[in-house]
Design a protein around this ligand. Structure first.
Ligand code: ATP
Length: 317
């Protein structure tokens, strides 16, 4: 059994973790990125491809693939769902993630406060963030104070969801749901740094939300305890709605306002780039394991333990 992924997003995290656990690794890499990944000493993992889509045509029956954000964006959730690829984690959760209605349903089922959504212009009574459907990384989003302002800013060819704009601090918390150990681990927190919404050099009131990177965040412990409960609630809600056990990394994306109210606006059912800030360890994973533990390594350990328990197939979507 080998571990593979495509060369982008959190590939360094995933491949280094799998290597640390002694797995053979495969990094599907377009030609223009080969030198970059070679510079990290990953020559023996690199499989050159022409486009990321190529992996749909390859025989990967011996490979467990670790999906990440670019993996889903480049290949497409629908193609992944229909494929025979051995994807670590739940393909079903990727489906819920890629559909706005299902996404909100799951967040609500978990008991989270979510920003209000408006289907009708007439109902809008607060500043909103307009989200283009299907966009990745906040592309094309805008914020507006009123319905008339929105009308001026909208691209008539696009479909939008209007969501209450929550003023506060972004907090992205990552978890690992272990099937082998039957427990939920809070892994780490970060703030996604976005241009130019997070820039101090702001020239206008219409910030864009294009992700540049991630900044580590260590939460007040009392707040972290709330997030632990949220992680457990999320896993239970998915189990209830999808009738499936969850396994692997996931992330709950939130904003905390000045009253310490936590609003959840999004989740990811896979490794997120925010875990890259916690190589070789997050404070929480270090306390949990007593040794450096980054998300790529944590995934590899889970795969090994499930192989030992002869139930890896239950963890492959
Ligand atoms: P990705 O798929 O990469 O997670 P996305 O396209 O689904 O991104 P969101 O994560 O929903 O987009 O939002 C992008 C950014 O917009 C967030 O990181 C946050 O800064 C801001 N944002 C989203 N929803 C709200 C909200 N309700 N109130 C205030 N800001 C928000």
């Amino acid at each position: 059994m080998k571990i593979g992924t495509i060369a982008s997003h959190s590939a360094l995290n995933i491949i280094s973790g799998a290597k640390a656990e002694g797995f053979d690794t495969l990094l599907y890499c377009p030609q223009n990125r080969v030198k970059f990944y070679q510079s990290f000493g990953l020559d023996d993992s690199i499989v050159e491809i022409e486009s990321f889509d190529d992996i749909l045509k390859m025989d990967l029956s011996e490979v467990v693939l670790i999906p990440h954000g670019s993996f889903v964006a480049h290949i497409g959730a629908q193609k992944i769902l229909k494929s025979d690829l051995k994807i670590f984690g739940s393909k079903e959760l990727l489906k819920w993630e890629s559909n706005r209605d299902l996404k909100t349903k799951l967040l609500k089922e978990a008991g989270f406060a979510v920003p209000r959504e408006f289907l009708d212009f007439g109902e809008i009574d607060c500043p909103v963030i307009a989200k283009t459907n299907g966009a990745a990384g906040g592309d094309g989003y805008f914020i507006a104070e009123s319905a008339s302002e929105i009308e001026k800013m909208m691209n008539p060819d696009l479909q939008y969801t209007f969501q209450e704009f929550v003023v506060g601090t972004k907090v992205f918390v990552t978890y690992f749901q272990s099937m082998a150990k039957e427990r939920t681990e809070v892994f780490g927190a970060d703030i996604r740094y976005e241009t130019d919404a997070d820039s101090n050099l702001r020239f206008n009131e219409r910030p864009s939300f294009v992700v540049v990177g991630n900044v580590p965040l260590v939460l007040r412990e009392s707040i972290l305890a709330k997030y632990y409960d949220m992680g457990v609630a999320f896993v239970n809600a998915f189990h209830k709605l999808a009738q499936q056990k969850m396994v692997g990394p996931f992330c709950i994306e939130t904003i905390i306002d000045k009253n310490k109210q936590i609003y959840s606006f999004e989740f990811s059912g896979r490794i997120v780039a925010g875990t890259n800030v916690w190589i070789p360890s997050s404070p929480y994973s270090y306390v949990q394991f007593g040794e450096p533990m980054w998300m790529g390594r944590r995934i590899a350990i889970e795969i090994r333990e499930l192989v030992e328990q002869e139930r890896l197939d239950q963890a492959l979507g």
